[in-house]
Design a binder for this molecule. Sequence first.
Ligand code: ADP
Length: 257
Amino acid sequence: MIEFRNISLTYPNGHRGLNHVNLKIDSGEFVVVVGLSGAGKSTLVRCINQLVKPTEGELLINGKNTLRYREHELKHLRKNIGMIFQNYNLVNRMSVLRNVLTGRLGYTGTIRSMFGLFSQKDRELAFNSLKRIGIAEKAYSRADELSGGQQQRVSIARALTQQANIILADEPVASLDPPTSHVVMRDLKRINQEDGITTIVNLHFIDMAMEYADRIVGMRNGEIVFDGSVDTVSETTFEEIYGRKIKDNDMRRGSVN
Ligand code: ADP
């Protein structure tokens, strides 16, 4: 469904973010991308909705090379891709419900959405998404009144309301404490299983990657150095990915950097 064919990305300052990446992700997979800071995880994920654009290769989604897309095709592609950011990307002064409804922006005209004129159907969809994530009672709170974990869950509800068929989560738990991180990861995993949404998550932490991933992609210096299901991960896998011996406390959330 998503295929990187010999993808490279050189940033305008000459830095090589990705180097000849080949990767195929099937519909409905839950893939976790791991690697040190600067390995290229975020660049890899952001190529998929072209927040950054590869400078070489082909990026196929459902068989079509998206790097050749014109503006309207790109807009259509992005409508189907939900993005979860480390810092949640909510509008603080807006209500939770309005934030979730912004997931419908790709479907509603700009003028209508500027005035908050969402249809009853969109509102029901937004409420339903909040219910599924277990925070419907916060619908009318301001986004910035919520805890970090709750805000991240609002951003997941936004992706659900968007009816995305791909979710990209770029370090979704990096700002959260361990128990809250697990709540967010469980939500992402549950949605993947219930709705079959292809999900790609960048994670810094080995223990979390092992707990939630079906498949692990390891990156180092802009290259994929490991790609396999969690059952094929051995003791040396992470040493290869991180380029050094893994100490005990590396396995705990928050310690590898
Ligand atoms: P990760 O997500 O694994 O931490 P990134 O994909 O953010 O890694 O970054 C990969 C490399 O590309 C890093 O060396 C980073 O400094 C560099 N990089 C990222 N964004 C830019 C940019 N806009 N301009 C130049 N270099 C960048």
